[in-house]
Structures are given as structure tokens and as C-alpha cells.
Design a protein around this ligand. Structure first.
Ligand code: NAD
Ligand code: UD1
Length: 338
């Protein structure tokens, strides 16, 4: 089986390529490198010792993508490529809609015209909005998303659902990720955000390495066990393994299926700080700030559908997530080389 991985050089994509290659699946990467370094490709090669092709191409480039489909024999697609910074999306909605929505439309059109109708898409728990009560299940009403980034995920889910209604030959998996953290055990691959991180774990690791002075904790007056926000953190390698199962699922027939990829457990910001301190031996200085607009108190998954239908379950605990995040950050204080 040969899988085209859009955004395959990024954080989740690179970890997924390693697990696909290790499972004996052929990989073709397409990335425009707008949010990653080319050296992540070298790391995938070094870790797997397997040959694969990569193309520098924007998924919005119809002719470029068409050429790749004509040259390679692609059975299915895992579609990670997209812009993902929530705050930035508020200031650049047109760029986000163009990249994420238009990019997906071009990709789907090229796929259809080349007879490839199997796709796994990176959605997000953000589609559940502000009003559902955790644990979140796939049948809950989606919507009420608070920012353009989240809206692109919701719209793409709807586009894919409409596509499936129009043509039952498609085989589609929509994967709703909870909060991916952690890194490859080797310490050679991990998350390498541009500028000051928006997300909790890369912020903590940059405080630990001394790049940032202290963590700002967004609110300690939520209705949670210690007042700070609760999330379902999932190890990126568990997430990657979920994609191997999902791509096997889309290969096996037709249909549209939605799965949560989470652990089903919630940890607060201060739980994560404590777990990280224990795993790294480094004290994390923090101060309590106001709540961040758009945040909710608690968000965690019910992952039982993925277990039942994909045979997938997250295996790695919060300690391992912290240890692996720290190994990556401490061995690569400046992220991937240029
Ligand atoms: P990432 O930025 O590390 O990876 C995305 C990759 O896509 C990057 O390598 C980037 O260069 C590439 N890309 C972006 N636009 C492109 C385009 N037009 N053409 C070709 N390549 C393009 O992000 P990630 O954390 O690995 O996330 C992967 C996917 O998962 C994204 O769609 C993201 O929205 C989604 N997701 C991520 C999280 C998370 O917490 N990281 C949570 C939920 C969903
Ligand atoms: C955020 C996005 C979500 C996106 C996900 C992955 C928002 C509102 N949601 O989820 O759409 O899919 O990232 O990119 O931005 N925190 C701090 N201090 C920090 C950073 C975070 O206290 O410096 C807290 C947050 O308030 C939250 C928790 O840590 O309670 C996790 O935050 P984060 O890592 O940004 O993820 P989400 O907000 O869950």
C-alpha cells in the first residue's frame, strides 16, 4: 500500500510517516515547508532506514499535485497539511480559509480526477465547541467553534460529508485529535514551533531549557479539581499509530467514519507542570494569569469507538509524554537544524 502524506514533514505527520514506514507501508510526502524544516525528512529516513519520496509542493497547486498523482501510484491519502495557530487565524482568516479549505478542495479534486477516493483527515476536538460536556463522543452535536482555525476544521468535515453523500465510492476517516504532546523516543523528532509557543507543552519545555522565563497559567478559577483547565493529552506516537489503523480502515472498504483520538483521561495545567517536573527534574516557574478567551474548563474524549472499530487505544501515559517531550527539547534546544 502506498500513502500520500500531505504535511508529512510537520509534527504529527513526521511521527506518522515513521510508524507507516515501520508497518511496511510506502510513503510519499508532500509539504510546502511553510511550518517545518526539511531536516525533519532526514530524521524520518535515519529512524526508519527506509527509502521514500518527498515533494516540495503546495497542496493548492493543482498541476503540481496532479503531476505527483500521475507519477506515483497512490492508494490513499493522509491529509495533515494546514495552518494551525488559533490566535493567528483570528488576524489572518482569509489566509487560513485559503490554505486549509481551498487546499483541501484542490486535493480532493486532484484525488477524484486520479481515481483515488480514500482519505484520512486531521480534524480536532475543537469542532465540539464550547457547550458539550466531557467525555466527548463522536455523535455529539458539533459547532459553536470560536475561531477561524476551528471553523476550517468544521467546514472541511462538512465538505467531506457532502462529498461522501454525492459519491459512495469514497472512503473517509475524520480523526478528531485531542491534545498531542510528546516526541519520538529517540529524541530526534518532536514539536518545533515557530516563535513563542501557543500550546502548553512546548511552552513548558522552553521554560525548562531557559528560553522562556516562566509559564503563564491561563486561569485558576475554572470548575476543575485545582481550578486550571483540564485537557486530554495524547502522546504523538499513539496518535501516529491511530493513523496507521485509520489508513487500514479506509483501504478496507467505503464509508465515512469519525473517530476521537484521545486517551479518555483529563489532566489540569498544574497536573502537567507537576508531571513534567517529575520527569525532567527541572522546576517550572509559573504565574497565574487571566483566562485565555475561547478556552473551556474541561475537554476530554471518550475514545471507545476507536477501540471498538479500529482496534486502537492510546498506550503511553502522561509521564512518558513528559519524558519524551523533555528528551527532544533538551537534545535539540533550537529544534530542527535549518
Ligand atoms: P504542523 O504545522 O507541524 O504540520 C503541518 C504541515 O503542513 C507543516 O509541515 C506545513 O509545512 C505543511 N503545510 C501547511 N500548509 C501547506 C500547504 N498549503 N501545502 C503543503 N504543505 C502545507 O502541524 P501538526 O501539529 O503536525 O498538525 C497536523 C494537522 O493536524 C494540522 O491539520 C492540524 O490542524 C491538525 N491538528 C493538530 C493539532 C495539534 O495540537 N498539533 C490538534 C488538532 C488537529
Ligand atoms: C488549542 C486550541 C485548539 C487546537 C489545539 C492544538 C485554543 C482555544 N484551542 O487547544 O483549537 O486544536 O490547541 O493546536 O487555542 N495553557 C496555559 N498556558 C499556556 C498555554 C496553555 O495555561 O501558555 C493552558 C490552556 O489554557 C489550556 C491548556 O493549557 O487549559 C492547554 O492549552 P493548549 O495547549 O493551547 O491547547 P488547547 O487550548 O486545548
Amino acid at each position: 500500500m502506498s500513502v500520500l502524506v500531505t504535511g508529512g514533514a510537520g509534527y504529527i505527520g513526521s511521527h506518522t510517516c515513521v510508524e507507516l514506514l515501520n508497518s511496511g507501508i510506502d510513503v510519499v510526502i508532500v509539504d510546502n515547508f511553510c511550518n517545518c524544516k526539511k531536516s525533519s525528512i532526514d530524521r524520518i529516513k535515519a529512524l526508519t532506514n527506509k527509502a521514500f519520496t518527498y515533494y516540495e509542493c503546495d497542496i493548492r497547486d493543482y498541476d503540481g499535485m496532479d503531476e505527483i498523482f500521475k507519477k506515483e501510484s497512490i492508494d490513499s491519502v493522509i491529509h495533515f497539511a494546514g495552518l494551525k495557530a488559533v490566535g493567528e487565524s483570528v488576524y489572518k482568516p482569509l489566509e487560513y480559509f485559503d490554505n486549509n479549505i481551498n487546499g483541501t478542495l484542490v486535493l480532493l479534486d486532484v484525488m477524484r480526477n486520479n481515481g483515488c477516493k480514500k482519505i484520512v483527515f486531521s480534524s480536532s476536538a475543537t469542532v465540539y465547541g464550547m457547550n458539550n460536556i466531557s467525555p466527548l463522543t463522536e455523535d455529539m452535536k458539533v459547532g459553536g467553534v470560536t475561531n477561524p482555525y476551528g471553523r476550517t476544521k468544521l467546514m472541511i468535515e462538512e465538505i467531506m460529508q457532502d462529498l461522501y453523500v454525492s459519491d459512495k465510492e469514497w472512503s473517509i476517516c475524520l480523526l478528531r485529535y485531542f491534545n498531542p504532546i510528546g516526541a519520538h523516543k529517540s529524541g530526534t523528532m518532536g514539536e518545533d514551533p515557530n516563535g513563542i509557543p501557543n500550546n502548553l507543552m512546548p511552552y513548558i519545555t522552553q521554560v525548562a531549557i531557559g528560553k522562556l522565563d516562566h509559564l503563564g497559567v491561563y486561569g485558576d478559577d475554572y470548575d476543575t479539581h485545582d481550578g486550571t483547565g483540564v485537557r486530554d493529552y495524547i502522546h504523538v506516537v499513539d496518535l501516529a499509530l491511530g493513523h496507521v489503523k485509520a489508513v487500514e480502515k479506509v483501504a478496507s472498504g467505503t464509508g465515512l467514519n469519525i473517530y476521537n483520538l484521545g486517551t479518555g483521561k483529563g489532566y489540569s495545567v498544574l497536573d502537567v507542570v507537576k508531571a513534567f517536573e517529575k520527569a525532567s527534574g527541572v522546576k517550572i516557574k509559573y504565574e497565574i494569569l487571566d483566562r485565555r478567551p475561547g478556552d473551556i474548563a474541561t475537554c476530554y474524549s471518550d475514545p471507545s469507538k476507536a477501540l471498538k472499530e479500529l482496534g486502537w487505544k492510546a498506550e503511553r501515559d502522561i509521564e512518558e509524554m513528559c519524558e519524551d517531550s523533555w528528551r527532544w527539547q533538551s537534545q535539540n534546544p533550537n529544534g530542527y537544524p535549518d
